[in-house]
Design a protein around this ligand. Structure first.
Ligand SMILES: [Fe+2]
Ligand SMILES: [Fe+2]
Length: 258
């Protein structure tokens, strides 16, 4: 069969949660998506609370992935231990709550979702995401594996996708909040896009008020970033996977603009 998996870019703030709540179920219907993975690391701007995680699950996400802002709302810690449908990057070094690999049943298949985070220009204290991927993918029992690689550098994301080519059905990047137009299928069957983009205010710098970002680059005093106002977009990609061959057969952008 063909399994359709929708991957949704970082949900930013109230605006992002609102468009997700209103549009995700319709997008799932339109695309025929069987499974949806949503990156939620910016639901609070930075971080996510348990209430926001529940809202994203209620909107129609099967799994929430996170990233470098995982610990900005530290109250998520216990929730990460209790709720199997939310993942944080697997390669955090040390002893932190939660898990980075989840296995979920969908259409009679066991789908492994792996959340990893890059080190280049992001967090050099992490374990190697490449070695973590090897270790986790070799020991999990599943039919198909997909990866949210939360990373800054396009090079690191590309290298990861090629490294996992043939071992995973899909690898997508998150974190930069800027959608890329390089949807492709690698030679051994892994579907890949460098970055999904974000789900949040359109007229913004990565979801926040432009003035707040300009202030930072002009050397102004640090201030709390506020979410931008106005209409929102939902950035996502649809991966179509041949479940017998365990290969991706199509990757398409399925963005929504309001
Ligand atoms: Fe991030
Ligand atoms: Fe983000």
């Amino acid at each position: 069969m063909l399994l359709k998996l929708l991957a949704v870019g970082d949900v930013v703030g109230e605006g992002g949660q609102d468009i997700l709540s209103r549009r995700l179920s319709g997008l799932r219907e339109e695309t025929g998506a069987h499974f949806a993975v949503v990156n939620g690391e910016n639901a609070s701007g930075v971080g996510i609370t348990p209430a926001q995680a529940r809202r994203i699950l209620d909107a129609g996400a099967d799994v929430i992935t996170l990233g470098n802002h995982t610990w900005n709302r530290i109250q998520i810690g216990d929730y990460l231990d209790k709720e199997p449908r939310i993942l944080r990057p697997a390669n955090y070094a040390g002893r932190v709550p939660g898990r980075g690999l989840g296995i979920y049943s969908c259409q009679g298949l066991r789908i492994a979702v792996l959340n990893l985070m890059g080190r280049l220009e992001l967090n050099s204290n992490l374990d190697s995401p490449f070695k973590s991927a090897d270790w986790l993918l070799n020991r999990g029992k599943y039919d198909l594996a997909v990866v949210d690689f939360h990373a800054e550098a396009t090079s690191e994301k590309g290298a990861m996708a090629w490294y996992l080519d043939g071992r995973t059905a899909a690898v997508w990047g998150t974190h930069t909040h800027v959608p890329t137009s390089d949807c492709q299928i690698l030679p051994k069957g892994t579907g890949f896009v460098t970055d999904l983009g974000m789900t949040g205010p359109k007229r913004s710098v990565l979801g926040i008020k432009p003035d707040h970002s300009i202030n930072l680059f002009l050397g102004g005093l640090p201030r709390r970033y506020e979410e931008a106002e106005g209409s929102c977009k939902l950035n996502a990609c649809l991966f179509t996977i041949d479940t017998e061959k365990k290969k991706c057969v199509a990757v398409n952008r399925t963005d929504i603009e309001e």
